[in-house]
Each structure stands twice: as structure tokens, then as C-alpha cells.
Design a protein around this ligand. Sequence first.
Ligand code: NAD
Ligand code: IPM
Ligand code: MN
Length: 356
Amino acid sequence: MSRKKIVALGGDGVGPEVMQVTCHILETAGLDLEILKPLCGMEAFKAQGNAFPDEAKRLCEESDAILFGAAEGPSVVILVYLRWLMDNYVNLRPVKYYPGAFSPLKNPEGIDFLLIRENSEGMYPGREGDIPWLAKKLQDYRDPFGRTLDFYGEGKFAIRLITQKGTDRIARYAVELARERRSQGFAGKVTCVTKSNVLRQSCGFFQKTVEKAVKKTTEIGYEHFHVDDAARRLIRFPRDFDVIVTSNMFGDILADEAGEMVGGLGIAPSACLGGRKPYFEPVHGSAPDIAGKGVANPTAMILSAKMMLDHLGMKEEAQALEKAVAKVYREGKHLTADQGGKTDTKEFGEAVLKKI
Ligand code: NAD
Ligand code: IPM
Ligand code: MN
């Protein structure tokens, strides 16, 4: 296997802190990776007036995979590029409990499912405007009460797009993943989450499209829940899930909730796939309340790097990294503040390294 080229973009807030520790682990563990670290985020914005300079973009385009920390303010352009301009339409957010992690649930043992969030459309990127403007454009439109939009006066609208192409591809991905999970000994079930009782057309279309994709195979189970019910079931029956597929914003919200169930945002990793280059990032953001203090939990970033290794075919290395993280949690001696411990970001990294 040729040496893989990785671009590490810390971004802002706790992003660079968790990225530095993750790169240190990958480099010290002797993995066959070339990790490039171009300037980006606020530092680049201050120096060059651009949080994602062309040089960083070029390196990303030439890489095998990208690691990303977190965005806030001007560095959101990095996320926009990696998700939409690279067309990474799958946002895969695993939800797995590592014994020792600080879950608010009485019994989180055995929670292990995948949340697939459609990553390219829905309510994203925000398409919004003034209601009076839309009312003028849509004079023939009548809402379910028979009213024109003029009726509502001043205010804002947002457009939600659920396209044939976007829904077909995420539905296919969910079915494939459930089949793969089945072959690994998991249930092999797709849970589709929508709000088709209210958004009959857009969510209804999403639901029907997933159902059609599921029907093409006999090997997997299927169920559908409305998002409010799904949010409740996650907490009540967390072990009933295998592969959840949902639209962009529902997925965003459920991912934070599900992450919290297994120990919080400090632990929840993700992968954005299907586009020109895959990229891997924690579910969490820049965490301004703890940024700069060196106390952020780097687990989410480390497990995102584990997902990257898996994706690059470095299965043994991925497993070794995950096992090391799991051991640190099981032992419970080196946990960060969010997990009820006193270990700082760098010390946590050292603890993981010792277990590899
Ligand atoms: P957040 O995820 O940054 O933080 C939510 C809470 O989780 C905070 O209390 C924070 O301290 C905690 N937390 C997050 N990461 C942690 C870690 N590694 N260790 C310990 N605790 C951690 O969400 P927010 O406060 O809503 O957003 C802050 C900024 O981040 C906003 O600008 C938002 O737009 C951005 N954001 C970016 C991304 C991304 O880059 N993918 C994701 C979410 C939010
Ligand atoms: C996430 C974040 C982003 C999202 C923001 C920063 C645009 O919350 O990655 O979950 O809403 O997708
Ligand atoms: Mn989010």
C-alpha cells in the first residue's frame, strides 16, 4: 500500500488543540501516513484575509483524506468547502458506548449504532429571504389554509430541498451499510426518521425513497419513526437501533443527542463521505467555553482519525487505535473533565499512546 497523504486542518477554538494531540498520536505510533498541516482558520484569516487559503485547498484536493477540527466564524468556509464543494453527501456519525465513559443513562452498555445524516441538502445551506419577496414571486401559491403568503406580512422564510438525486443516493448508502452491518453480526436494520405526518411531500418523499431502496433487498429490516418519537426512543431504547438514516437538520440534532447518550460531544466522531475527498471531524464544534484552556476531550477527534484509517483500508491500525481509547476509558485513570476526570487534552493523548 502506498503511503497515504493526510491533510490536518485544526480550524478554530478547541479544533487545533484536539487536532494537535491526534496528529501526535498518529505520528508517534509510527503509522505510514504523511500528515500535512497547512495554515487555516482564524490564523490564516488574520495573516491572509482568508480562513481557507488556496494552498490548503490544493493540498486537500491532492490528499487521500482530510482531518478537520472545528469551525467558527470565518473558518466556516472550510466546512462549506469540505461538505458542499467536495460533495460529501454522507455524514456518518457512529454512536458507540465505551465502558467507563460518562453517560447520563443508567445503563448505556451495548449501545452501538450508526446515524447517517444526509449532508448535502435539506435545510442546508440556509436558503432564506423575506416573506413579502416570496409572496410576490408566488402569487398563485395557497398554503394548506388556502391563504396566499401575503396574509403573513413581514417575516422570513427558509427553503428545504429534498431532491430525487440527494435522497436516492443517501437511501442506497443506508441500505448498503445495513447489509454490511448484518454481515458483521449486527441487526442489519434501517430506521428511517422523518416528519412525514407534517411535511407530507418533502419528508414523505424521503421516507418513500428509503422504503423503495430497502425493498430492493430482502436481507435487511426496516422501520420508520417520526423525528419527535425517534428522539424519545433514542433515550428509552438505545440498543434497538442499527442504522438510522435521516435528513440533514434532523440528523444534526439527533447526532448531538445520541452523542450525549454515550458520554457526550467530547467522544462523538464523524466521517463525511461520498465526495471528491473524504473528511473526518468530531461532531462537536469549537467549544468556545473551554477553548484555549487545554482541557478539551480529544477522543472525538481521535475516533474520527480511527474512522479515517478504516476508510483508507488501514483496518489493523484503526482497530489498535480504538482499542487503546477503549482501554483508557475502561481503566478510568486518565479521563478529561467532561468525563469527570482531571486529565488534560495532551495527557489524555499520552495515555492513549501508552496503550497502543
Ligand atoms: P459545541 O459543540 O462547540 O459545544 C457544545 C458543548 O459541548 C460545550 O459546552 C462544549 O464545551 C462541549 N464540548 C464540545 N467539544 C468538547 C470536547 N472536545 N471536550 C469537552 N467538551 C466539549 O457547540 P456550540 O457551542 O453550539 O457551538 C460553538 C461553535 O462551534 C459555533 O460557532 C458553531 O457554529 C460551531 N460548530 C462547528 C462545528 C463543526 O465545525 N463541525 C460543529 C458544531 C458547532
Ligand atoms: C455539525 C455542525 C454544523 C451543522 C454547523 C457548524 C454548520 O453543527 O457539524 O454538526 O449544522 O452541520
Ligand atoms: Mn451539529
